[in-house]
Design a protein around this ligand. Sequence first.
Ligand SMILES: C[S@@+](CC[C@H](N)C(=O)[O-])C[C@H]1O[C@@H](n2cnc3c(N)ncnc32)[C@H](O)[C@@H]1O
Length: 295
Amino acid sequence: MGDAIWQVRLSVPEAAVPAFEAALESVEGGALALGGPDAQGRVPLTLYLGEAPDRGTLDTRLAMAAAAAGMPPPDVICALMPEIDWVAESQAGLPAVRAGRVWVYGSHVAEPPPAGTVPLLIDANLAFGTGRHETTHLCLLALQDLAKRRAMTNLLDLGCGSGLLALAAARLWPSARVTASDVDGPSIRVARENARLNGFAPGRIRFDVGAGYAAPEVRRNAAYDLIVANILAGPLNALATQTARALRPGGVAILSGLLTGQEPAVLRRHRAAGLILQARQRLGDWSALVLRRLG
Ligand SMILES: C[S@@+](CC[C@H](N)C(=O)[O-])C[C@H]1O[C@@H](n2cnc3c(N)ncnc32)[C@H](O)[C@@H]1O
């Protein structure tokens, strides 16, 4: 890894986040990350891009978002990030992280897994999902909560990034079929390698590349009794009807990547698609919803 990456950075009041989120998500080839609000209630948004954005188009979209949110256009930093060797960064000492019984560690961690944990080796990489982000943490907790109560036979990790959630699910339900997909091809390569490094046989987790439910493997293996999707509120809402259709009656979806303030909109959209709220977990400003398709 170590490719140079462009960053577009800005911060906006919390109420303006949906407008700017939509504007930045419409930039082709970008990946958007949201931080928690600062003391003044401003939320940092960072768009990562493989190449320099078209500044004219970007400024127009941001000006339209600002107008929709009733505020002046925010200051925008657009910069080429210095090359970062993520693996070296990881080896420089990220400690293992624990979410319930799941213990996620890098290959530089020498300490043995704590007793009773489910250890998963995930090195920091350009694929999202080292277990450090609140959205991933919430999914790991929700998966474990479900595993205590329900047998699952057919699972999907939609937007799998590093594959961490798919790997955790395969450990929690050892005999279930697990499918994992991501719109980003390089992430799928990383996820496959992570499965191998964690001792999963080839084919044990079925990986495929594709947006939403379009990947052939994802279509072939439906309907699911559990779908976990840690993508942003916008894509989750856009996929709501397809998510409901891809679930078996009584099946469960864990939706993450949304801010607590986005819960009502995400719930509305998914209720309209035929899903009901079963549980909700929050961590800081982030929320994960556990929804069930009516039987
Ligand atoms: C926040 S990361 C989550 C990674 C991992 N599942 C986790 O929980 O740590 C979101 C991932 O979803 C992928 N993604 C975003 N929108 C998607 C879509 N519409 N279809 C498939 N994958 C998507 C991104 O490429 C990214 O790898």
